[in-house]
Design a protein around this ligand. Structure first.
Ligand SMILES: Nc1nc2c(ncn2[C@@H]2O[C@H](COP(=O)(O)OP(=O)(O)OP(=O)(O)O)[C@@H](O)[C@H]2O)c(=O)[nH]1
Ligand SMILES: [Mg+2]
Length: 440
């Protein structure tokens, strides 16, 4: 049999390795006391996914999920494959509310699992995307169940699944509602619409729960008597196709899916950790800025000494180091601070004196109160600590290195990116409001 198109990609990926990586990252993250509980909470979900996918890999399970609009007969198709009513079906739309699964004992693979999902069209765009993502994550083969030509929503869903390298079988259910010529023309239309996305061999008709056939009997008296003749489900084409895939590609599909899933997970987790560190670092920097700003406001020192006094930022640097997993000695911390403040003096030296003071006092008018002046002084200290914190953060994020930019350009880039005046203003107002609160 010709190899299926989706298998051409990344046959060599190694799911176990990705799983181990993701698992290790999560374990480290969970043990890291500097990471906020909310982010850890989010990772628990990924952790559960890792557990379930590694279990699936170990058991060699192959997951086949039904997906599609409400009421197209997703649950009915799966029941017909199982040969019994496992999943609940209804004429009323929205019968299936959550994902459910059942072992497909009669399949030619020992480990096939059928998964039922809720209909996609009652959800808004974002929720639908999320559902498609999670279906793509859990399933090795997707049965996209439709009951006629594809709506725009259905077409988007198919495209999304194909984009995620998910093997899709398009099942035109309720074929009993069409004459054979109608059926032929719908199928060929579907093949055209999905050209390049779905192999024509994977676009199939089925009737999972056909309505009884209306027949007219004529009795001995010649009277016409309408009656109904039950019809058997017809899912033979689908079953044969699935068995074929399971037999020839099943194991590879499961491994490929696990590899895709876990490599995505791998980078997702790495991204989350970076984000978490950034937000904790920002909070730490803000707290030190406030402390330093208050100290200077209460006990003003000459403007020119503010940078020299950067030595007092040692605690902040050590604290930031912890967030990035580094234990800095005081010596190392003060060395880093010296490097940073040297760059700041170099870059801001001329500017530091007159211009900064006027910027900080911009809105302060002639009859300046002592508190406002103090606030402006404190704001300058705040700003210096803020720049220092950002530079240190960048050094830690690059693994205790300035990277290709070097310290000068790093600090320069930080200075360029900051809206100095608005930082000074909000620093000043936070400091004065704290001072006022303390005074009352
Ligand atoms: N005529 C016809 N009706 C069918 C066929 N398959 C399913 N149905 C009917 O379609 C209706 C919906 O079937 P379900 O299997 O519940 O559909 P579903 O896609 O799971 O629906 P939700 O869970 O609500 O999204 C039921 O009344 C089924 O009896 C079929 O082959 N032909
Ligand atoms: Mg259902």
């Amino acid at each position: 049999m010709q190899s299926l198109p989706w298998l051409k990609k990344s046959r060599k990926t190694n799911p176990e390795r990705h799983l181990q990586n993701a698992n290790q990252q999560i374990q480290t993250m969970l043990a890291d006391t500097s990471i906020p509980a909310a982010v850890k909470q989010e990772l628990f979900r990924e952790f559960a996914e890792i557990e379930s996918i590694s279990e699936k890999l170990q058991n060699g399970e192959i997951h086949i999920a039904a997906f599609g609009r409400v009421g197209t007969g997703k649950s009915s198709i799966l029941n017909a494959l199982l040969g019994r009513d496992v999943f609940s079906t209804s004429e009323l739309h929205g019968e299936t509310k959550t994902q459910q699964r059942s072992h497909w004992a009669s399949a030619n693979s020992e480990h096939a699992v059928l998964i039922d999902t809720p209909g996609i069209d009652e959800l808004d765009g974002e929720a639908r995307e999320e559902l498609a993502r999670s279906v793509a994550r859990i399933s090795d083969i997707v049965l996209m169940v439709c009951e006629g030509d594809l709506t725009e929503t259905e077409f988007q869903a198919v495209s999304g699944l194909v984009r995620r390298n998910r093997p899709v079988l398009l099942v035109l259910n309720k074929s009993d509602r069409y004459s054979s010529s109608e059926l032929e023309s719908i199928l060929s239309h579907l093949q055209q619409r999905c050209a390049g996305m779905i192999d024509p061999a994977n676009i199939l008709a089925a009737s999972a729960n056909p309505r009884p056939e209306k027949v007219i009997r004529v009795n001995e008296q010649g009277n016409e008597l309408p009656s109904e003749r039950p019809r058997e489900p017809d899912i033979s084409q689908l079953k044969i196709r699935l068995w074929n895939i399971l037999e020839t590609e099943g194991k590879v599909l499961a491994a490929l899916n696990a590899a895709l899933f876990t490599s995505e997970l791998d980078s997702r987790i790495a991204g989350k950790i970076v984000q978490a560190r950034k937000s904790v670092a920002e909070r730490i920097i803000h707290n030190y800025c406030l402390t330093k700003g208050l100290v200077v406001a209460v006990n003003p020192i000459p403007v020119a000494d503010l940078l020299a006094a950067a030595g007092t930022d040692i605690a902040m640097v050590i604290h930031l180091g912890n967030v990035y997993g580094f234990q800095l000695s005081r010596r190392e911390a003060s060395k880093l601070l010296l490097t940073i403040s040297a760059q700041m003096l170099l870059l801001m030296g001329a500017y530091w004196g007159v211009n900064m003071v006027s910027a900080a006092m911009k809105t302060v008018s002639a009859g300046m109160s002592a508190a406002l002046t103090a606030g402006a002084q404190g704001a300058l200290a705040w700003y210096a600590t803020y720049v220092t914190g950002q530079a240190a953060k960048s050094w830690f994020a690059k693994g205790k290195s300035w990277g290709s930019l070097g310290p000068k350009d790093t600090v320069n880039e930080i200075l360029d990116s900051l809206d100095r005046d608005s930082i000074l203003q909000s620093a000043r107002s936070e400091i004065t409001s704290r001072l006022k609160k303390a005074a009352t």
